[in-house]
Design a protein around this ligand. Structure first.
Ligand code: PRP
Ligand code: URA
Ligand code: MG
Length: 210
């Protein structure tokens, strides 16, 4: 598993505002979208492309285009939905699938309550969006879904991760092509399974519902 932690002052600045408990939902949503765009730049570094011949007003040249089959972007509901617009702004030709998951707050195990993905993902590059990688249970379940359908590689974009969750994902996905792009790698998980210092419950902060 390849992990990239963004080391850029713009990312850290925006994350600092996001973490602040006084930041209201509208600002939180705007910053989440801006952050995913910055992280997507790194996450799409290995997106598959093919040469494309075009004519500029001055003459012919060969550029490149994102190859078919198009990349699949999969936000994990709810909180991952806050990252979708930022991602598709950068990769407008991507297809979008959805996975709805909620972590049981007692067992910390993810429950899948919605799934809308293409049946056949063979030869597809997939980009999973979820702001928080805590125990890793939700991301492991999402990655398992995608590989079970034939995905060839999966890149997850997360704003914040805990070291415990990152280790769990690395173990569970050994031997598979999995990349993780993070805005920050935090200190630890607390006894309730929240990332410390983290930003609290990302879904609640985005959408204000419990
Ligand atoms: O790594 P894990 O321990 O699995 O925790 C991370 C998950 O928790 C949050 O979702 P949550 O279950 O709160 O659902 P929500 O997005 O609807 O708030 C977050 O968006 C991840 O999906
Ligand atoms: O810190 C955490 C852990 C899981 N889910 C969140 O939204 N935040
Ligand atoms: Mg939540």
């Amino acid at each position: 598993m390849r992990v990239h932690v963004a080391d850029h002052p713009l990312v850290t600045h925006k994350l600092t505002v996001l973490r602040d408990k006084t930041t209201p939902s509208p600002t939180f949503r705007a910053l989440t979208e801006e952050l995913v765009t910055l992280l997507a730049y790194e996450a799409t570094r290995d997106v598959r492309t093919e040469p494309l011949d075009i004519d500029t007003p001055v003459g012919p040249t060969t550029g490149l285009a994102i190859s078919n089959p198009r990349p699949l972007v999969v936000p994990i509901l709810r909180a991952g939905l806050g990252m979708l617009e930022g991602m598709v702004k950068l990769v407008p030709t991507a297809e979008v699938g959805f996975l709805g998951m909620v972590r049981n707050e007692q067992t910390l195990q993810p429950d899948v309550y919605a799934e809308r993905l293409p049946d056949d993902l063979s030869n597809r590059q997939c980009f999973v969006l979820d702001p928080m990688l805590a125990t890793g249970g939700s991301l492991i379940a999402a990655i398992d879904y995608l590989f079970a359908r034939g995905a060839v590689d999966v890149t997850a974009i997360c704003l914040i991760a805990a070291p415990e969750g990152l280790d769990a994902v690395a173990k569970a996905t050994e031997g598979r092509e999995v990349h993780i792009v993070l805005g920050a790698l935090d200190e630890k998980l607390n006894e309730l399974g929240y990332i410390v210092p983290g930003l609290g419950d990302a879904g609640d902060r985005l959408y204000g519902l419990v």
